[in-house]
Design a protein around this ligand. Structure first.
Ligand SMILES: *[C@@H]1O[C@H](CO)[C@@H](O)[C@H](O)[C@H]1NC(C)=O
Ligand SMILES: [Zn+2]
Length: 427
């Protein structure tokens, strides 16, 4: 096993940037009727296809396809009569172009900000995000507490901020809990969390949101995975980086954090194969990264009014139950708060971005998946728990152009503000 792993390392080391994606293509899939999407969602794993955004009945999705699977995959799409068209016929080249855009942006913003990098200026490496979080904690000691509850599998600190005008001691205050970056490649999620921190510390334009609520904000749930996506051939990494879950985990590390929560764990929309992007892990909460979220939820459970976990992409606000499409007894509350958050975002969004879709995750996606964070939070008693699927890549490449990061952060904050106030009223 060790020798194999070393060989694999040696093999990947010879690749230059994004070379591993040479010959890959991406496709728009759908839109397609629900019955066809259900079939598609049950078979795409067999073709090694990586779904970046799920096709819906009224919206196309985007998937990545390996060279050796193109023909088979196109064949099955034609057999199923699901529409498709090329998104990028040269994934490596598209990633190189993304890098150029990001690098140009980096030069511009560094010049504008006197050499400082901010999380909402661009897609930033973990160090920039953590420096920002540390700096906020130092500068706002009266309201901000930095918590480092554990180290990631590879030994990076996992960090979150508690933000409160009453040191988390006022038992009557509702708590709003936001996390991001459990899926490593979903880079746009992280600035939306740090923007919320910014709006509760550096730029308080809605003082009621700071005074009325306590906040828990965890910007990078999966720091190992996030750091890994910044290494040359791993831009599309999604999972954690653990190697202790399966005999083959040394060769195929990582667990899908959003299949690892203890809610109908390992039953549907998962894989038991560690090489899969939806590998559920060896046990529920096998990952330190998901245990940290679990523990923060449980420690504060009696006061958490709203939990939001940030993902991308697809412009959706989703709620449980995700494993079977049934509704919880707070479905009316979930839907009405969800619709109001979406409306607040839509009012601010750019005209070329899609409107938000709100609903039960299994029903909207035509895809059931167990072990998700938002389902777990709701199951243990958080009255309002959501997955945000933030806006996506449009037609250009695989990153939303970094010039849109501030826009997405601001409009998402508008949704969070409405959600917090409604959650507070209902709590
Ligand atoms: C705070 O936000 C407001 C509204 O977006 C903006 O006009 C102002 O320049 C910001 N101030 C700082 C210090 O960032
Ligand atoms: Zn995700």
């Amino acid at each position: 096993m060790k020798v194999l792993a070393l060989l694999l390392l040696a093999a990947t080391a010879v690749f230059a940037k994004h070379e591993a994606y040479q010959g890959w293509k991406s496709y728009y899939i759908g839109p397609a009727p629900a019955e066809k999407l259900k079939i598609f969602n049950s078979i795409y794993e067999d073709y090694g296809v990586d779904v970046l955004s799920r096709p819906l009945v009224n919206r196309e999705g985007v998937v990545l396809v390996k060279p050796e699977q193109h023909d088979n995959f196109i064949h099955i799409l034609e057999e199923l009569q699901i529409s498709y068209k090329i998104h990028k016929d040269d994934v490596k080249k598209a990633l190189d172009q993304d890098d150029e855009i990001i690098e140009r942006r980096r030069m511009e913003t560094l010049a504008r900000n006197g050499g400082r990098a901010f999380p909402y200026d661009n897609y930033q490496p973990l160090e920039v995000i953590y420096d920002y979080v540390d700096d906020i904690a130092k500068r706002f000691p009266d309201t901000v507490t930095l918590v480092e509850p554990a180290k990631s599998f590879e030994g990076r600190p996992i960090k979150y901020l508690k933000i409160s005008t009453t040191n988390f001691e006022d038992e009557s205050k509702p708590i709003i809990f936001i996390d991001a970056g459990i899926h490593a490649r979903e880079w746009i999620t992280i600035p939306t969390a740090t923007w919320a921190i910014h709006k509760l510390t550096e730029n308080i334009t809605e003082p009621d949101l700071l005074e009325r609520f306590d906040w828990i904000i965890m910007p990078v749930v999966n720091p190992d995975g996030y750091a890994f996506t910044f290494t040359p051939n791993n831009r599309f990494w999604r999972k954690t980086r653990s190697t202790d879950q399966h005999p083959l985990s040394v060769m195929f590390p990582g667990v899908d954090g959003n299949r690892n929560f203890d809610f109908f764990w390992n039953t549907v929309g998962i894989s038991n194969n560690p090489s899969s992007d939806i590998y559920a892990g060896g046990a529920p909460f096998s990952e330190i990264e998901t245990r940290v979220v679990r523990d923060a939820l449980h420690e504060n459970l009696h006061r958490i009014a709203l939990y939001i976990t940030m993902h991308s992409y697809g412009s959706m606000i989703l709620y449980g139950w995700g494993h079977d499409g049934t509704l919880s007894n707070n479905a009316l509350g979930l839907h009405s708060v969800g619709v109001n958050m979406a409306a607040a975002i839509d009012r601010m969004k750019l005209p070329n971005f899609p409107s938000y879709i709100v609903g039960n995750s299994a029903l909207v996606l035509n895809y059931a998946a167990a072990g998700a964070a938002e389902d777990y939070a709701h199951f243990i008693g958080v009255p309002l728990a959501y997955t945000y699927e933030l806006p996506g890549i449009g037609g250009d490449a695989f990153h939303l152009d970094p010039r849109y990061i501030a826009q997405v952060s601001e409009e998402t904050w508008a949704g969070l503000a409405v959600g917090a106030r409604m959650a507070g009223d209902l709590f």
